[in-house]
Design a protein. Structure first.
Length: 309
C-alpha cells in the first residue's frame, strides 16, 4: 500500500545535463505520506517536519557540506532534509527512533532519488544510545533535531564521534539562542558552555514556524558549530562538566556560594577561584569555557561531587 502510494510522488529531477538532484518533499508530499503512514509530529518525540523545499535547500547550503562528507542526520522523519543532502555528500547516515519512519525512509528515497539511494544508511535507534555508526567515520552532523532532546543529542554525538568537524542543527529558537550566546548574556548557561568545549558556536539563521509542521508550533533557529580542540586543562571533560553544572545550578548566587558544594565549603571554593585567577564574586554566566576548564583543575582533593538538583 505504501509503495503504491509513493509511486505518485515526483521522481528524480535534473538540474543540468550532467547534474542530478533529488525532487524534494513539498506540502502535498508531506500530507500524502503522513496520511498513508498515519503519523503526526508528536511532542513526546519532539518531532517536526520541514514542509518547504526552499528551506531545505537553505539548510543544506548553510551546512557547507560537500562530496567528501559523511553526514549524520538525526530525526530524518519523512526525509525532507535527507533528500536535500544526498546529492551533495558521499553518504548520509540517518538515525531515526520511530520504526515506521525508519522503515519508510529508504522507500521514499528509492522513489524520489533513486540515483542516490546507495548513499543512504538508516539506523533505527534512539540517538542518545548510538555508540557506533555504519560505514566511514562521520565528518559532519546536519539535522533538524528533535525539539525535546536537541541539546543532549548534540552533545552526545559531538563527544562520541570526534571525527565530526562541522555541524549545522535546527532547534527551537530559544535553544538556538542559549547555544549561541556568549558569556554575559542572561541565556548563557550549561548548553552554551558545554557546546563550546567541542566547537566554536554561532547562530546561522532563523526558521519561521510556517515552514515547519511541529509539536509544539514554535519558531526555530539554525546553529553552526565548527570543531576545535578543547581548552587546555589538567581536569577531564567530565570534571569540567560537573563544575559547569554546579555553577549554573544556582546561577543567581556568586560562584563562591554556588560552588560551595563542589569544593566542600565556601572558603574552599573561594580559594580555588582565586588560584584560578577568577573573582569569587563572579557568577557562572560571566565565565568562558576556558575559565571553567582552568578552575576545574583547582578543585580541592577529597571534595565530593555535589548532588544535582
Amino acid at each position: 500500500m505504501v509503495q503504491q502510494r509513493l509511486e505518485h510522488l515526483s521522481p528524480l529531477a535534473s538540474r543540468g545535463q550532467n547534474e542530478l538532484v533529488a525532487e524534494l518533499l513539498g506540502p502535498s508530499d508531506v500530507r500524502e505520506l503522513t496520511d498513508r503512514l498515519s503519523v503526526r509530529p508528536t511532542k513526546q518525540l519532539g518531532q517536526n517536519f520541514v514542509i518547504d523545499p526552499n528551506t531545505v535547500r537553505r539548510i543544506v547550503r548553510t551546512a557547507q557540506v560537500g562530496p567528501s562528507d559523511v553526514v549524520v542526520e538525526v530525526g530524518p522523519g519523512l526525509g525532507s532534509l535527507t533528500l536535500g543532502l544526498l546529492p551533495e555528500v558521499a553518504e548520509v547516515v540517518a538515525i531515526e527512533i520511530d520504526p515506521v519512519l525508519a522503515e519508510q525512509l529508504p522507500k521514499t528515497v528509492s522513489v524520489k532519488a533513486p540515483e542516490f539511494a546507495g548513499r543512504l544508511s538508516v539506523v533505527q535507534s534512539d540517538a542518545m544510545r548510538v555508540e557506533t555508526l555504519p560505514g566511514p567515520a562521520p565528518t559532519a552532523l546536519v539535522a533538524n533535531l528533535p525539539y525535546n532532546v536537541a541539546v543532549p543529542v548534540l552533545l552526545h554525538l559531538l563527544a562520541r564521534f570526534p571525527s565530526i568537524q562541522k555541524t549545522l542543527v535546527m532547534v527551537q529558537a530559544e535553544v538556538a539562542e542559549r547555544l549561541a550566546e556568549g558569556p554575559g548574556s542572561k541565556v548563557y548557561g550549561v548548553p552554551s558552555v558545554k557546546a563550546r568545549w567541542y566547537a566554536d558556536v554561532r547562530r546561522a539563521g532563523s526558521i519561521g514556524r510556517e515552514v515547519v509542521w511541529a509539536a509544539p508550533n514554535v519558531d526555530s533557529g539554525l546553529v553552526a558549530l565548527t570543531r576545535r580542540d578543547p581548552p587546555q586543562t589538567l581536569a577531564t571533560r567530565e570534571e569540567v562538566f560537573r563544575l559547569v553544572d554546579a555553577a549554573f545550578a544556582q546561577r543567581r548566587k556568586t560562584l563562591r556560594a554556588a560552588l560551595a558544594g563542589w569544593a566542600g565549603s565556601a572558603p574552599a571554593a573561594e580559594k580555588a577561584l582565586r588560584d584560578a585567577g577568577i573573582d569569587p564574586s563572579s557568577r557562572g554566566e560571566q565565565l568562558t569555557v576556558e575559565q571553567f576548564a582552568a578552575l576545574a583543575a583547582y578543585r580541592p582533593h577529597g571534595a565530593q561531587n555535589p548532588e544535582q538538583p
